[in-house]
Design a protein around this ligand. Structure first.
Ligand code: NAP
Length: 400
């Protein structure tokens, strides 16, 4: 199969086309024939070596959509039960039960759904039959959007834990699905899980014009936020983000504390979403209203880690919280899946729109990386992996 890989860390030029063996799905895994793959900042960091050195030809790519080409056997029940508590393999154990998401959706309002996540996860873990339904629930030929915890999306085929193969609602095409699985799940998880967004809250989102930022703004409104503000690096991006994602106001990041203070009549905001880090993170703590939360989920500025004093947290009624999808995949895969299904449903209902501004062929991955790595991107960038796939239809066949 064709794939874009790197065997040494470095700039976008280290990405090159390779021919690799098509992988085989193991127990509680599926083989996905990739139609579209999203391009994410995490993949830039992967290529740069932030997550360690590559071992041989390494294929990055954290999200993709396509058609299920093969389904692995189900792990014996005993193995699945053991895997539930064993960290990494819990992802495949927890299983892809659409009805978990459906139960959450049926629980009531969107805000209640978020609050219900814990109990939904607990029910899924406690119910061994969930695993059985899950493995049976994904069939060859199904359209799915997948979060790929081990990468691999920049390839014609990728093996995915069944737990992270999310059925794509009919209203969403494969191109949108390819842009959605990581980004929507992360935005939903940061807001509902890490920041505990409550109806009526005010929210500030850094990197407001990007992939996660753009959908987070819309999800925040869908979850009941009263006002949504953003920060970006340039006035051009601010105008784009306001028009594309419906922010109340978008500020240039330099000097944002004064702008937020003015916009909120001195109160500050209840929630800050911070994927940037460094001085932006420090200043974000200063714009919190009482009991406000700064949710940390990235290091786009690649600034050295902060050493924070704790005293100002209790002196000023502040909370610092974090979100990491990889940790969630290992330790709470049912929660991750519930977040993904809830967010995909909101996108299917039209509450959230993914603004895909760039589409490149798989072989042009370096071009997409250059754009994102230099912070020149807006909205979402995707790679067309299967040249014959139509955005709305499937790949030509589900077979390998
Ligand atoms: N924790 C998790 O589980 C998780 C999961 C997914 C994504 N993330 C994080 O979420 C963030 C957004 O991801 P994304 O894929 O949607 O990317 P993105 O927001 O589309 O692009 C990254 C943005 O970061 C901003 N940025 C700030 N400092 C930068 C710098 N020094 N160089 C380049 N860009 C800089 C730029 O926006 P401005 O021009 O506005 O500065 C840039 O557009 C990333 O930090 C990513 O690592 C975390």
């Amino acid at each position: 199969m064709r794939a874009m890989a790197f065997s040494k860390t470095g700039g976008p030029e280290v990405l090159h086309l390779v021919d690799l063996p098509t992988p085989t799905p193991g127990p509680d895994e599926i083989l996905l024939r990739v139609a579209y793959a999203g391009v994410n900042y995490g993949e830039i960091q992967h290529r740069l070596g932030d997550f360690g050195e590559p071992e041989g030809e390494t294929v990055t790519g954290l999200e993709a959509a396509g058609v299920v080409a093969a389904v692995g056997e189900r792990a014996p029940v005993g193995e699945r039960a053991a895997a539930d508590v064993s960290g990494a393999s819990a992802a495949s154990a927890a299983a892809s039960d659409v009805s978990v998401g459906a139960r959450a959706a049926a629980d009531g309002s969107v805000g209640e759904r978020a609050a219900a996540d814990g109990s939904v996860g607990a029910r899924a873990t406690a119910d061994r039959s969930v695993g059985a339904r899950a493995a049976a629930g994904v069939s060859v030929g199904d359209r799915v959007a997948s979060y790929l915890p081990d990468g691999g999306g920049y390839a014609e085929y990728v093996v995915v834990p069944a737990a992270f193969a999310f059925p794509l609602p009919d209203a969403l095409d494969l191109r949108t699905g390819g842009a959605a699985a990581l980004v929507l799940t992360t935005a939903y998880g940061v807001l509902a899980g890490a920041a505990r967004l409550a109806p009526g809250d005010t929210v500030l989102i850094h990197a407001a014009a990007g992939g996660v930022g753009g959908v987070a703004a819309q999800l925040a409104r869908a979850l009941g936020a009263r006002a949504v503000y953003g920060t970006v690096s340039t006035p051009e991006k601010a105008a784009y983000a306001r028009a594309a994602f419906g922010y109340d106001e978008v500020f240039v990041r330099d000097g944002f504390p004064a702008a937020v203070t003015a916009a909120t009549s001195g109160r500050g905001v209840d929630v800050v979403l911070d994927p940037v880090g460094g001085p932006t993170r420090l200043a974000s703590l200063d714009v919190l209203a009482p009991f406000g939360r700064v949710a940390v989920y990235g290091e786009a500025a690649r600034h050295p880690d902060l050493h924070l004093r704790v005293l100002p947290l209790w002196k000023n009624n502040r909370t610092l919280t974090g979100y990491n999808i990889g940790d969630l995949a290992r330790r709470a895969p049912e929660t991750l899946r519930t977040h993904a299904l809830n967010a995909l449903n909101l996108a299917a209902e039209g509450a959230v729109r993914l603004d895909i501004t760039e589409e490149h062929d798989l072989t042009e991955a370096a071009k997409a990386h250059r754009l994102l790595g230099e912070g020149r991107n807006r909205g979402k960038t995707v790679l067309r992996v299967d040249a014959s796939a139509s955005p709305s239809g499937g790949a030509p066949s589900g077979g390998v």
